[in-house]
Design a protein around this ligand. Structure first.
Ligand code: ADP
Ligand code: MG
Length: 353
């Protein structure tokens, strides 16, 4: 048997490399939104406006009022492994920004029509770059913009029809975008956000404190049934809200865990929470919570997953113990901590909104 594909080794062209990278980073419109939103956060924005069309497939447009990108840096922003956020291994080990891999915009440019309009602090006017089919070969032109950056991503997968087939309905893709937006907005209550879909504003969030933001996104009912957490133990800090069993859910749709401001899905943390609820929550029910764990960035590796949704703790055992005990104690304080027989199913349901 012959192996015709194994005879020649080639270097892949940049565009193809970016399209392969996009497979990990750009799974669907919501992943574009996540990357572009995180860039807006890293830019020190105070106010972020998101406009989606057709579930984000037709367009994801994010406008921020952050530091902007200088004209000469615009082509670099589109290049793979080009980042303003880290410069050394040391930086990587204590990274405090959401991004650092320098690959998101390059990957997005490989699978969609990407343009960036930006006005750097102190620049006389804005510049716009349209990413061409070759990274960093985009065309630069003067543009009008008062402040910050507008990233416009249109026609996702227009040049990769095989990937397009994996997209779901507009409603489903929009729901994923909405979820990404909520995660970011929960983590950063001090910023103003707006989300529009097909020209209609669906969420408008004013800058405020965590309680107000959580009320806007989780509902006042959640707040009314939740314990406030604020627990410190040396280098570890856990804050947020954890709902009592009366506000438990039939699915995991109200579970938000953030590590140093980053939304994560982590088995260790989920397990610690689950254990803390074990004696007070019926097995078929799911707790509702918005929790923020803070620790020294050196104690957590965020570079274990391309989209950074998973993390690895240096001292996993200590983190698990801390979260479990902090939560168990907070839930018990209210009197909810006593073991109770599982009530009839109906009384576990959240009243319809
Ligand atoms: P990373 O975020 O990992 O650095 P990206 O590909 O997402 O990589 O972005 C590349 C670079 O472009 C960033 O490091 C940053 O310097 C710049 N950039 C991207 N978006 C913005 C923005 N909204 N405001 C300011 N700079 C930005
Ligand atoms: Mg980024």
């Amino acid at each position: 048997m012959a192996f015709p594909y194994m005879s020649v080794i080639r270097r892949l062209p940049d565009l193809l490399v970016n399209q392969i990278a996009a497979g990990e980073v750009v799974e669907r419109p919501a992943s574009v939104l996540k990357e572009v939103l995180e860039n807006a956060l890293d830019a020190g924005s105070r106010s972020i406006d998101v406009q989606l069309e057709q579930g984000g497939v037709r367009r994801v447009r994010v406008a921020d009022d952050g530091c902007g990108i200088a004209r000469d840096d615009l082509p670099l922003a589109l290049e793979r492994h080009a980042t303003s956020k880290i410069a050394s291994l040391d930086d990587l080990e204590r990274v405090a920004t959401m991004g650092f891999r320098g690959e998101a915009l390059a990957a997005i440019a490989g699978v969609a029509r990407l343009s960036i309009t930006s006005r750097a602090d102190g620049a006389g006017h804005a510049w716009r770059i349209d990413a061409g089919s070759h990274p960093a070969e985009g065309s630069l032109a003067p543009a009008a913009l008062n402040q910050g950056t507008v990233v416009d991503v249109a026609d996702l997968y227009f040049n990769t029809p095989a990937r397009r087939k994996f997209l779901k309905s507009e409603a489903t893709e929009y729901a994923h975008c909405d979820e990404v937006f909520r995660r970011v907005a929960l983590a950063r209550p001090e910023l103003a956000f707006q989300l529009s879909h097909n020209g209609r504003v669906s969420l408008r969030l004013v800058a405020g404190d965590a309680r107000r933001r959580i009320g806007s996104l989780m509902g006042d009912d959640f707040l009314a049934h939740a314990r406030v957490l604020e627990v410190d133990a040396g280098p570890l800090r856990l804050t947020g809200y954890a709902a009592l069993p009366a506000y438990s859910r039939a699915s995991r749709d109200a579970q938000y865990f953030f590590v140093n401001g980053r939304y994560v899905r982590d088995k260790l943390l989920t397990h610690a929470v689950r254990e803390a609820y074990a004696d007070i929550l019926h097995g078929s029910r799911h707790p509702a919570y918005v929790l923020f764990l803070e620790l020294d960035p050196a104690g957590v590796d965020v570079n274990v997953h391309p989209a950074k949704i998973e993390v690895r703790f240096r001292d996993a055992r200590a983190v698990h113990q801390f979260v479990f005990h902090a939560l168990t104690r907070s839930l018990a304080e209210s009197g909810a901590g006593q073991v109770q027989p599982a009530p009839a199913a109906a009384s576990w349901e959240r009243p319809p909104a």
